[in-house]
Design a protein around this ligand. Structure first.
Ligand SMILES: C[S@@+](CC[C@H](N)C(=O)[O-])C[C@H]1O[C@@H](n2cnc3c(N)ncnc32)[C@H](O)[C@@H]1O
Length: 238
C-alpha cells in the first residue's frame, strides 16, 4: 500500500457496494474496520451512520485518511488487531483482501482470535480474499505497463511500475515503484506479499477460532462460493 497513489489506483467498485449493502442487512452500530488503509471505504461506513473504529499499521495511510471528509466521525488508530477492544463491535470488517497480508499461520490465527475477542456475541466478521485456484497472479504478471497517477501534494505526474517475483509457498511477492513520470525520480517503493489460502483452509481456521455460522460467497452478486470463484467473501458469526 503506497498511500499517495492508493486511492487513485483503487477506485470505487462492486466490492465496495457489496460490503456497504451487507452491513445494512445486519444490525450494526459499532464497526471496526481492520486494515482500513487510507480510509477509502471507511468514511462511507461512517456516512452510513455506524460508529467506526479504523485501524491500520501504516501511519502515512492513517494520516491521509484523517484528511478526508467526515474523517472526524471516526476513531483512527495506528496499529493492528491487538488494538481492537474486547466485546465491543457488532462487526469487524477487512476489505480489499486485507486477509491476504497475514503471511504466516500464527499471524492469521492471531487476527481471527482478536476479531473473535473483539466482537459482541452474535457479531460478524466480514472479509474478502482471492481464491488461489483462480491464479489471479497469471494475469497480473502479463501486464507490464505502468499505471498513471498524480502526486496529491504537487500534481506531478507519476508512473507506478510493478515487478513480480512470483509465487512460493502460496505467497505471491511483487514490488511497486512510484516514479515521477518527467524526471524518473523514485518517489516510493514497496515490497508486497500476499498469502493465498483455499476455501477449506479458511473455513477450518474460522471454525477453530470459534466462529459458528460461516457463509462464503463467491462473487459480489452473493452467489455461493465454489472452487471456481475468483474471490471468497466470508460472513461469520460469533
Ligand atoms: C489492500 S489494502 C486495503 C485497504 C482498505 N481496507 C481498502 O478497502 O481500501 C491492505 C491494508 O492492510 C494493511 N495491513 C498490513 N498489515 C496489517 C496488519 N497486520 N493488520 C492490519 N492491517 C494490515 C495495510 O497497511 C493496508 O492498508
Amino acid at each position: 500500500m503506497i498511500p499517495i497513489v492508493y486511492d487513485q489506483l483503487n477506485r470505487w467498485g462492486k466490492d465496495d457496494d457489496f460490503f456497504l449493502s451487507l452491513l445494512q442487512k445486519l444490525n450494526i452500530k459499532q464497526l471496526a474496520d481492520l486494515g482500513c488503509g487510507t480510509g477509502r471505504l471507511t468514511v462511507h461506513f461512517a456516512q452510513q451512520g455506524y460508529e467506526v473504529t479504523a485501524i491500520d499499521p501504516n501511519k502515512e495511510a492513517i494520516e491521509a485518511a484523517k484528511s478526508k471528509e467526515d474523517a472526524g466521525r471516526i476513531k483512527w488508530m495506528v496499529g493492528d488487531s491487538v488494538a481492537l477492544e474486547t466485546n465491543a463491535y457488532d462487526a469487524v470488517i477487512m476489505t480489499a483482501n486485507v486477509a491476504q497480508v497475514f503471511l504466516t499461520e500464527e499471524s492469521w490465527q492471531q487476527v481471527l482470535a482478536d476479531a473473535y475477542r473483539a466482537l459482541k456475541d452474535g457479531g460478524h466478521l466480514i472479509f474478502d480474499t482471492r481464491n488461489p485456484l483462480a491464479q489471479a497472479w497469471i494475469a497480473w504478471m502479463q501486464d507490464d505497463t505502468p499505471d498513471a497517477a498524480v502526486h496529491p501534494d504537487n500534481g506531478d505526474p507519476l508512473e507506478i511500475w510493478t515487478t513480480y517475483e512470483g509465487l512460493e509457498d502460496d505467497i505471491f511477492t511483487f514490488y511497486e515503484t512510484v516514479k515521477n513520470a518527467q524526471t524518473e525520480e523514485v518517489v516510493a517503493r514497496e515490497k508486497i506479499q500476499l498469502k493465498f489460502r483455499t476455501l477449506e483452509v479458511i473455513r477450518e481456521s474460522l471454525q477453530e477460532a470459534g466462529f459458528s455460522e460461516v457463509r462464503a460467497y463467491g462473487d459480489w452478486e452473493v452467489h455461493k462460493a465454489t472452487t471456481r470463484s475468483k474471490s471468497f467473501i466470508f460472513e461469520c458469526m460469533k
